[in-house]
Design a protein around this ligand. Structure first.
Ligand code: PGA
Length: 256
């Protein structure tokens, strides 16, 4: 087992919220602070903007060591898939990471676990690190079947990546915590993340795994979430749109 300290992963998921002028001023107005934040070897800060802005932002932020990430990708390599973006296209515009399986995409586009595993394979093929979102809904949580839901969501991915030796990020995002200002109770969250770390290590013994948490992360709750030893970073939606909030979150260090 590798006991080397891994950098914390902070992923800003801007969703469909930042128009170009705001995306630009996020970089331009905070350039110095961003350089300082992202130069820390103990952290990786990934920015996931809207698709049309990648070329522009990768030039605008060329002096900031902040990799770009996709918010989704196609399960197909190329072809007649109107409105979709392939993994290779993301690699072409210098994306190093890509969120897949976000509950908003699972729901809006009816994405299933098999398709998400195929997307992970597409990304890996072009050298992009997948950030695979999983999580239970309110009803499943209330029924006490969270672990079963996560096992089911991960099964095709584990099967597809059995021999994978690269980096894989799993983002635990309970659906009821996304955009609601609710987060799981910390000891419950710890139990789930410990379970996930264990389950993933057994299924993907060769991969370099990172478990991160997402869902209503903000500048007030991030420090406590990061006390959980098996959490290796945060996926931040709403709070990543505000530089001051995001800066407070990314400035945190691991305490466990
Ligand atoms: P939120 O979104 O931080 O606004 O809850 C997180 C996510 O959906 O990735």
């Amino acid at each position: 087992m590798n006991h080397q300290k891994k950098p914390l992963l902070f992923v800003a998921n801007w969703k469909m919220n930042m128009p170009l002028h705001k995306a630009c001023s996020f970089i331009q107005d905070n350039r110095k602070a961003l350089i300082q934040l992202t130069n820390d070897p103990n952290k990786i800060v990934v920015l996931c903007p809207s698709f049309p802005f990648y070329m522009f932002l990768s030039r605008e932020a060329a002096d900031i060591p902040m990799p770009l990430g996709g918010q989704n990708c196609s399960e197909y390599e190329s072809g007649p898939y109107t409105g979709q973006v392939s993994a290779q296209m993301l690699a072409d515009v210098n994306c190093n990471y890509c969120i897949i399986g976000h509950s908003e995409c699972r729901i809006a586009f009816n994405e299933n676990d098999e398709q998400i595993a195929t997307k992970a394979l597409q990304l890996i093929k072009v050298g992009i690190i997948p950030i695979v979102c999983i999580g239970e809904n309110k009803k499943e949580q209330a029924a006490g079947i969270t672990q079963n839901v996560l096992i089911k969501q991960l099964a095709p991915l584990i099967n597809a990546l059995k021999d994978y030796t690269g980096t894989l990020c799993i983002a635990y995002e309970p659906l009821w915590a996304i955009g609601t200002n609710l987060i799981p109770n910390i000891s419950e969250l710890q139990k789930i993340c410990d379970f996930l770390a264990d389950h993933l290590k057994t299924g993907l013994p060769l991969a370099k795994l990172i478990v991160i948490y997402g869902g209503s992360v903000d500048e007030n709750n991030a420090a406590e979430i990061l006390t959980i030893g098996t959490i290796g970073g945060l996926l931040v939606g709403g709070a990543s749109l505000n530089f001051q909030k995001f800066q407070k979150i990314v400035s945190l260090n691991k305490t466990a």
